[in-house]
Design a binder for this molecule. Sequence first.
Ligand code: HEM
Length: 456
Amino acid sequence: MEILASPEESSMSPEDIARLPLPPGSAGLPLLGETLAFMRNTGGFIEERRQRHGDVFRSHVLGEPIAFLLGPEANRWIFAGENKYLRNRWHVAGRKLLGDQSVAMLNGAAHLTRRRLLAPHFTYNAMRAFAPRIEAITHRHCEQWAARTEPFKAVDAVRALVFEVAISLILGDGKAVDAAYMNRLFRQWAGGLFSPVPLDIPFTPFGRAVAAGKEMHAYLESLVVAREKLTEQPPDVLGSLLSTRDEEGRPLPREAILQEIELQLYAGHDTTVTVTSNLLLLLAQHPEVLERCRQEQRGLEQGPLTLETLRAMPYLHQVIQEAMRFINPVGGSFRVTTQDVAYGGYRIPKGWQVALCIIGAHQGPPWTDSKRFDPERMGPERCEQKPPGAYVPFGGGPRVCLGQHFAMVEMAAIVSLLLRDYQWELVPGQDLSLKSFPIPIPRSGLLVRFSPLQHP
Ligand code: HEM
């Protein structure tokens, strides 16, 4: 049997691997393991153990033993291990709510086929058609925000905006969709995706997530059934899912289509809500960065947003990149070992979870003074010095984020429109500390006063 391990360990025999110790760490409490500490403050959990044990340690979270591997080399090892010594596997709650038929759940050849089907919708050039749509949706939402005389929770407002954008990508122009109704169901459903106790008991958070998921599924099914009747499918994600045929001419089962739409909504929504909301926070907290962003906007031709105008905003892109390093929208992801493997002098047994630890990579070396928000570090000079694997907000390898171009275009478009025409201030006295789960956003929901920009 070939044993694939970290480069220096790739020649080890199974017997040698069997002799290696497990990584240092603790299994925590029976059943719960260390899940609660992990979910309460993921960054702190990792940092504390990194200091105690180094860059490789074990724990027990979300129902299973797990090895945390930190740093750029570990990330590269994980990306290279897909379908060799690692497989993708979501934890129990995620599997129960998302099913097993979407791109994020598939492995091997089925995963590749689904990615090929979806990929044309997510290329950078495919975003050309989306910039005007994002602009129109953003203008409409911002006008409503500016008309509000009382402070409001920016996270909720951004969520409604971004949800509409995601629906327009996945389900077309969105006119047939009740976005507010879907958003409400979606939030309850997504709230259960990281449940430490995923038991379907009514009135528990997971029970409510299951119920909302069923309602959302039924609503989406009615939309899909209506679309199935069209003789020609519009060129959106759903259109591709409905038009594709396998080698025997069979369409995708409707259940697979529904699960794919739900996964896309989840993957493309909470992530961009997090970054966009946290950009509002960070820009308000760093007036010098805000002013430089506004200057950049003032130097550009005003007019409809295009990919070209967005490309002419290098400083804004630096700010977005640093925001994703400083507050990770996706802290990491999980894989499972398909055989005993050796990494960093330790044995990771077959069947263990392995954490792709994005948050750990972004907090540790080679980043210096990593607790400081500093967009300068993303400038071409300093960024070029980082080794592959050190900056991975969108993951890497065969599972690199499918929506990364879409996300960057969407976030840059929304924030540039805000910078051009609006101002916002944080309401004093609110709790701006970040919660870790399900997404890292201020506990207060980010209360802001929002108004049109007073041009001097
Ligand atoms: C700031 C925004 C975003 C961030 C930080 C982000 C991050 C990530 C990361 C880290 C992964 C890899 C997970 C893994 O390795 O297991 C991923 C996968 C994925 N993302 Fe994103 N994402 C973002 C936005 C989006 C958007 C807008 C979409 C689509 C509308 C999207 C769709 C996906 C899909 C479908 C996958 C699964 C790919 C696969 O398993 O092959 N993401 N994303």
